[in-house]
Design a protein around this ligand. Structure first.
Ligand SMILES: NC(=O)c1ccc[n+]([C@@H]2O[C@H](COP(=O)([O-])OP(=O)(O)OC[C@H]3O[C@@H](n4cnc5c(N)ncnc54)[C@H](O)[C@@H]3O)[C@@H](O)[C@H]2O)c1
Length: 338
């Protein structure tokens, strides 16, 4: 961080799960590099991505008299990253933020790309800003303590990225799947480098989500509908994304844009990463309604990212009749037997 910033005063923000594990070490290391951090803990969990919590952070920054030349460090998962990034974007109209992601999902996805946000009562991420970090410092050594559910959540994004990144990334993940399940150091480093690198490349070409960045929503159309239907938190985001990728592969075959072989390889990778299809009620009509009201739908038309081969994708609206048929098959669990 010191190589990138002359700041002295800074805020180190973490949550009350990550704090006891890592805050003291980060603080010591920052002091050794000449920073004077004010450490702030927020409660762990999505409920901290709130307007109220962002306000408390802004007040803490101002009471500590942080200036434009100060620095804010976000130490934690995607919740801390999004919340702290948002506070950094708005404090004094923007102070630099360093993201130190401590979940797999944050290392491969949320810490990169500059999207920051808090939730509003009517939905997730409804207030936010694009605020690109000065630096993202992802240390895979801090992932050991991550609960299994969070680990799998990150793996779903890794699988998604590999499908989009291309043939060699996908093949590497296929051979590393077992090692990744066991959190083997080399496999984890390779996967984080691949997925973080892929996201960084995509967002640097499209910093404000006008074009290519939409590819990153692969699997997310169904995922968001599922989370909404089953209730946020009752299904993990990663499990929902894994289901979303499965659905998109089947839809792509039904539309004739992909082959059954490519679809089967993607589903097999998800199986190998322990991302089995989620259980639970499934109502095709309700899912379609949820997709129509997704903030990424345009003029009520549901859009999908579809992959035709490793590294090849296209995005566009899908005819509702095709979608309705495929959702009916999905809810009947047709095709799960493969
Ligand atoms: N900005 C983006 O582009 C983007 C992209 C994807 C997701 N997100 C957001 O990210 C959030 C989800 O992030 P997440 O999955 O990291 O969840 P999270 O931040 O809630 O972390 C999950 C849990 O793991 C704990 N934890 C974090 N690091 C740990 C560690 N090293 N050891 C043990 N426990 C640890 C946390 O305290 C929390 O309880 C959502 O709010 C989502 O909207 C943002």
């Amino acid at each position: 961080v010191r190589e990138r910033s002359d700041a002295v005063r800074c805020a180190l923000v973490t949550d009350d799960v990550v704090g006891p594990l890592l805050a003291a070490r980060v603080e010591t290391s920052m002091r050794a590099a000449g920073f004077d951090p004010l450490t702030v803990w927020v409660p762990a969990g999505e409920s901290s991505k709130s307007w109220a919590e962002a306000g408390r952070l802004l007040e803490a920054f101002s009471e500590a008299e942080l200036g434009r030349d100060s620095l804010v460090v976000a130490l934690g998962g995607g919740v801390v990253g999004d919340l702290v990034g948002f506070a950094a974007a708005t404090y004094l109209r923007g102070v630099p933020v360093v993201q130190v992601p401590t979940t797999l999902l944050a290392q491969v996805d949320s810490a990169i790309g500059g999207k920051t946000a808090v939730d509003l009562p009517r939905g997730k991420n409804l207030a936010g800003a694009f605020w690109h970090p000065l630096l993202v410092l992802a240390d895979t050594g801090c992932l050991d303590t991550l609960p299994e559910r969070e680990w799998r959540s990150g793996l779903a994004e890794v699988a998604k990225s590999a499908a989009l990144a291309g043939a060699s990334a996908f093949a590497a993940l296929e051979s590393d799947a077992e090692a990744l399940m066991g959190r083997g150091l080399e496999a984890v480093s390779a996967a984080v480098l691949m997925a973080a690198g892929f996201k960084a490349t995509v967002v640097s070409g499209d910093a404000y989500e006008a074009a290519d960045r939409e590819s990153l929503n692969y699997g997310h159309t169904l995922a968001h509908a599922l989370e909404r239907e089953l209730g946020y938190g009752s299904v993990s985001h990663g499990a929902a994304v894994a289901d979303g990728v499965r659905f998109a592969t089947r839809l792509a075959v039904a539309l004739g844009v992909s082959t059954p072989e490519w679809a089967a390889r993607q589903e097999a990778l998800l199986d190998a990463l322990g991302l089995a299809r989620t259980e639970g009620a499934c109502d095709p009509g309700a899912m379609l309604d949820a997709m129509r009201s997704d903030k990424k739908a345009r003029a009520g038309r549901v859009r999908f990212v579809l992959s035709s081969a490793p590294g090849a994708w296209a995005v566009g609206p899908v005819e509702e009749s095709v979608l309705a048929d495929e959702l009916a098959r999905w809810c009947e669990r047709e095709g799960d037997e493969r």
